[in-house]
Design a protein around this ligand. Structure first.
Ligand code: HEM
Ligand code: HEM
Length: 181
């Protein structure tokens, strides 16, 4: 029988932890930028919008890497809890993965439909289509907005669950995902 190294079971590996925390940080940053775009002075608005879009594109790239890593590397066994909570955790993680893809992809579709290009710092991508009428793009913007609220709400619930494991159950669930350990 092949044996799995103990370390692989005890903790998320450094790449998984790096991807988890860098993406969590970038998601919060993209969300805050998206919400506050209109509050930026007009000279900063364009830079803020382009940063929002560039962070979102980076998140898609990181998500592809994360899915690749997740499918080829075994995560640690979940801490023993009731079967119902184990199912809830799995569903929550799956929901977070789906929303981490859906939110930026809808944003990208919206930007393309609005006739916007992308300024990715090192290079730019020109508009791929002429701007569609607002009436056609408004629902896409609303989907982008509401999907991002759902992502943040689920992430908050997920963080509360992690803190509950740490402070009430006093198990290793949070410790094994912490960046410096
Ligand atoms: C996880 C990544 C992302 C999050 C959490 C996010 C979140 C948000 C939020 C909260 C808004 C404000 C919604 C509103 O008030 O209408 C917004 C607006 C916007 N987002 Fe994103 N976004 C993400 C990725 C992207 C990507 C990848 C693109 C395009 C490449 C994009 C393009 C836009 C555009 C163009 C707007 C402005 C909508 C408008 O008011 O015209 N977003 N985003
Ligand atoms: C936008 C924010 C976040 C997202 C999208 C997110 C997403 C995820 C996902 C998809 C997983 C499943 C494991 C994987 O395959 O990577 C996970 C695991 C985990 N996350 Fe988060 N996370 C976020 C923020 C947080 C925060 C703020 C905390 C702590 C307060 C946290 C603590 C954990 C822990 C402890 C695990 C391991 C759970 C287990 O082993 O069962 N996450 N996260």
């Amino acid at each position: 029988m092949t044996s799995v190294p103990i370390a692989a079971r005890e903790s998320y590996d450094p790449i998984a932890r790096f991807l988890h925390w860098s993406m969590a940080l970038l998601i919060v940053l993209a969300f805050l930028l998206g919400l506050t775009i209109d509050a930026f002075p007009s000279t900063w608005k364009r830079a803020a919008m382009e940063s929002h879009k560039a962070i979102g594109i980076l998140l898609i790239v990181l998500l592809v890497a994360r899915c690749g890593w997740r499918l080829t590397h075994r995560p640690p066994e979940p801490e023993a809890s009731s079967p119902l909570l184990a199912v809830a955790a799995r569903l929550g993680h799956a929901g977070l993965y789906v929303l981490m893809l859906v939110v930026p992809v809808i944003g990208l579709v919206y930007a393309i439909k609005r006739g916007q290009g992308l300024d990715l710092g090192l290079f730019s991508i020109p508009p791929l289509a002429a701007p569609a009428p607002r009436a056609e793009t408004r629902p896409i913007r609303e989907w982008h907005e509401w999907a991002s609220y759902t992502l943040i709400a689920l992430a908050v619930l997920h963080a509360v669950a992690a803190l509950w494991h740490h402070t009430v159950r006093r198990d290793d669930t949070l410790r094994r995902m912490l960046p410096l350990r």
